[in-house]
Design a protein around this ligand. Structure first.
Ligand SMILES: Cc1cc2nc3c(=O)[nH]c(=O)nc-3n(C[C@H](O)[C@H](O)[C@H](O)COP(=O)(O)OP(=O)(O)OC[C@H]3O[C@@H](n4cnc5c(N)ncnc54)[C@H](O)[C@@H]3O)c2cc1C
Length: 577
């Protein structure tokens, strides 16, 4: 759409474009440093993918770990990254991140509404890599009372419906365990009953849940802190063009419901539009498994269409093209919705539980299902011959289905009927029948399950070493497995029909390739010089992990930390508390 000339101008010190963690971290910090901040958000509600996320942040040496006596020198996480990233390791950015992260956490927990819960028992993804940790390097946003946002709660993006129960987000860890055990343990049944009743009361009184958890709590706490500090958050206001004075970026034109508005920002502009998960052109260029872009089904927010990258390029910025993977890959299933569209459901939890396998159309496993979503997806892409669709099936028996659920098909007592009727969930009384309804080779599947069941009973995955890393075991279910006499917390036999399957395709949690930046989050030009007045945050910034995925939380941790760093740089103030 051609630009009409802006009818009005606004002035601020920092203009933040995009309202996920990358943008809001910078906005809150800058406001506390005395800057006048405007946040422009394209969608009718703020929060982006962050509001749908698990809210976990990889933040080594954080104060909550230190308080639990998990103390490590900076060289430990630094060397873990060095080993994981290999030749793509950028020491300047890694050090900037690891130095600033503990201060960032301290700032937010002391001076804002954001509180954290620890990840002291959460291991890094790759326990066999030197300097991997078995816990203490991550944090999650603590639950947040949505009523603290007052009227502005209406502008907060709710969690992705398919990942909730009647719109209620379920916190990872102890709360999720209660939900999975609700039909088995009286204490869990009681916990879940109270939680559900409180949620229904909220629905009656406020038409949404008010006990916010995970990424929704992160955005709620950040936005409450931003509003309290005087930040203007303007929804329905996409940035369409950057304003420049010579080389310097001086603001942007927003298309607001009242028409175009010019925002002049003395201290600069931070682009935090969430990368390019829904930009088919850039996906086709950077994701080899998606030749037209459409073959990649990201679970990220639909408004993330690569605007920040294009705006950055218009001012001389460059998008990294040499990452190991340009996206944070994940197996995604397509959930039919009543309006004919499909929700993109990322499979983050159930793959590691005992009693599930993943197979391709030949009926054979291709990976350790309990590895990270990124690693499983990379293995699937690698196992898929050129020209064939990247797809696999999660397979489980009836006991597993009712205990853990499969993706958007929820465990007992939720009914399976709707998910069977809309074709999301496939069911067969025998493995052969299931294979036929999915289009999987029946003999291949039967042979795979027979071999898998033998290995599961012995507790050892001879093919893919499932259950052998601390991360695998943490994602598994040791108490449940032990109760059935299975020694591997990630392996159980698939025995009693009916059997179930859900198809997964290539997808992601977001993108990694972004604008090249320096350790201050300043966008760099073609010769590596910072472009004055231009910063990138969140997934608009080329990932410091260079397309590797060493641990959960490696997008939100750096997003929060580099937002904090960028705000200090824009304010011309060194880090301090
Ligand atoms: C289900 C799920 C779980 C996840 N869990 C985790 C986790 O636990 N830990 C982790 O590290 N990562 C997790 N991720 C990934 C993580 O959520 C994202 O990488 C992260 O939220 C990206 O943050 P961001 O600030 O870059 O973008 P977003 O949070 O997506 O925000 C970008 C915002 O910019 C807006 N925007 C776009 N274009 C414009 C424009 N032109 N003008 C104005 N605004 C614009 C968008 O509408 C959007 O609101 C998860 C992802 C999913 C889908």
């Amino acid at each position: 759409m051609p630009d009409r000339s802006p009818a009005s101008s606004l002035h601020c010190d920092l203009l933040v474009i995009g309202s996920g963690a990358g943008g809001l971290s910078a906005a809150v910090t800058a406001a506390h440093l005395g800057l006048k901040v405007i946040v422009a958000e394209k969608d009718p509600q703020y929060g982006g993918t962050t509001a749908w996320s698990g809210g976990w942040m990889w933040l080594p040496r954080n104060p909550l770990a230190v308080e639990a006596d998990i103390v490590e020198p900076i060289d430990e996480p630094l060397n873990y990254l060095r080993h994981e990233l290999g030749e793509r390791f950028d020491e300047a950015r890694a050090r900037a991140f690891l130095d600033a992260a503990p201060h960032m956490v301290e700032f937010f927990r002391r001076k804002t509404a954001l509180r954290f819960i620890d990840g002291n028992a959460i291991p890094d993804f790759h326990g066999r890599t030197a300097h991997a940790s078995t816990g203490g390097r991550s944090l999650c946003a603590a639950p947040f009372d949505g009523r603290r946002l007052g009227q502005r709660i209406a502008d907060l993006k709710p969690p992705l419906a398919e990942t909730t129960l009647w719109g209620m987000g379920i916190a990872s860890g102890a709360e999720l365990r209660h939900f999975l055990n609700a039909m088995r343990q009286p204490a869990s049944f009681w916990y879940v009953t109270k939680r559900v009743l409180a949620h229904w009361k909220d629905l009656l009184m406020y038409r949404r849940g008010m006990r916010l958890v995970n990424g929704n709590a992160l955005v709620a706490a950040l936005s409450a802190s931003a509003l309290e500090a005087g930040v203007q958050i303007r929804t329905r206001s996409p940035a369409r063009r950057l304003l420049r004075d010579g080389e310097r970026v001086t603001g942007a034109v927003l298309h607001t419901p009242d028409g175009p508005v010019e925002v002049l920002a003395r201290g600069g502009v931070l682009l935090a539009c969430g990368g390019f998960p829904h930009d088919d052109g850039r996906k086709a260029a950077l994701l080899p498994h998606a030749p037209t872009g459409k073959e990649h089904h990201s679970a990220a927010s639909r408004g993330n269409t690569g605007d920040g990258l294009r705006l950055g390029e218009s001012a001389g910025g460059h998008v990294g093209t040499d990452l190991l993977q340009a996206a944070a890959l994940a197996p995604v299933s397509l959930v039919p919705r009543a309006d004919g569209s499909f929700a993109h459901f990322p499979h983050l939890i159930e793959r590691a539980k005992p009693g599930l396998i993943m197979v391709r159309a030949d009926g054979r496993r291709f990976a350790n299902e309990a590895d990270s979503y990124h690693d499983v997806m990379q293995a699937l892409i690698q196992a898929t011959p050129p020209g064939q669709p990247v797809q696999a099936w999660l397979i489980a028996d009836h006991g597993f289905m009712r205990h853990y659920g499969l993706g958007a098909a929820k465990p007992a007592p939720m009914p399976l009927g709707p998910m069977l009727a809309n074709g999301y969930l496939q069911r067969g009384h025998t493995l052969a029948e299931l294979a036929q309804s999915c289009g999987i080779a029946a003999d291949g599947l039967q042979a795979t399950v027979q071999r898998y069941n033998t290995m599961a009973r012995a507790g050892k995955d001879e093919d893919f070493a499932k259950g052998e890393t601390p991360y695998n075991r943490m994602q598994g279910d040791a108490p449940f497995a032990a109760g059935r006499g299975w020694s591997n917390p990630c392996m159980g036999p698939l025995e009693r029909g009916p059997f179930y399957a859900v198809r997964v395709v290539a997808g992601s949690l977001g993108t990694f390739a972004g604008l090249r930046v320096n350790a201050n989050a300043q966008v760099l030009d073609a010769v590596g010089q910072p472009i004055p007045g231009l910063y990138a945050g969140g997934n608009d910034m080329d990932s410091m992990m260079a397309g590797h995925y060493p641990a959960g939380g490696i997008t939100l941790g750096p997003a929060m930390t580099f937002g904090w760093i960028a705000a200090h740089h824009a304010a011309g103030q060194p880090f301090s508390l």
